[in-house]
Write a protein that binds this ligand. Sequence first.
Ligand code: XMP
Length: 321
Amino acid sequence: QWTTASIVDDQVARIRTQIGDGHAICGLSGGVDSAVAAALVQHAIGDRLTCVFVDHGLLRAGERAQVERDFVAATGVNLVTVDARDRFLDALAGVTDPEEKRKIIGREFIRVFEQAARDLKAKGEAEFLVQGTLYPDVVESGGGTGTSNIKSHHNVGGLPEDLQFTLVEPLRLLFKDEVRRVGLELGLPETIVHRQPFPGPGLGIRIIGEVTAERLETLRAADSIAREELTAAGLDRDIWQCPVVLLADVRSVGVQGDGRTYGHPVVLRPVSSEDAMTADWTRLPYDVLERISTRITNEVADVNRVVLDVTSKPPGTIEWE
Ligand code: XMP
């Protein structure tokens, strides 16, 4: 019978055997898997682990702080944050095609992470690379090494040949619910352990149109209000996720106070799902929708309309891009 404590003990022992007195590096995405993988390795080898967090500027409000403050407070991990916000904005300038955006974000992410890995390796502080590969990922990729799985932008299996790392995958035998329990056992905060899915390309694929600093500010403000109200209503565990999407190239006429406005709509996309392969649109209570709508239109300059996406998946995907 596997208890969570025995999973932790077992993995910590395996990690110690594998890494010996070596050093490891782990990219943190802000998500559950990389956080728990890093916490396990930190538990096993302490400050011989360095975590790298790439701030690509496409994060939601408070996400960087959650990693820099809450994760570090809970684990005591060595953290290097790379501020790459300008670099990503420059690379995305003028780009509107969804696939092109994804490719650019993935490519820049790998480059920035690779540089950080190179720097640490040069100092002799990274021979091992920690990845949060889960059991379902292993199965999906045919039981291979786990380097070929999904999510290209998080998958640092894309590092160049001359930058050899040995992979450490402490979650390889676990399912998501076990990963969450391990996270709690290791003292990670609920906000990290029960975080809803958020795509690697972040808000970059939730701005329909070109990504600019100003549009990111607008979307971040609207998203943060929606999240606050959903949390306050106690709905976080009932919904899978609720993307907020800015239709940056659409304008519509509105009226506020005694003035005419010509602003942008935001879309609320609350979904219920088991695994994101299929999803149903969530029937959110009207009073919650009303609070979100009123607050967004009052508090976010440039947004004068809030609309609700009532499309299931299929035919709609969860994200709009
Ligand atoms: P779609 O839009 O394909 O999304 O229905 C399914 C789930 O995957 C998330 N998603 C991503 N996650 N990198 C990620 O790590 C990505 O590029 C990416 N694209 C979509 C999405 O938020 C949903 O949970």
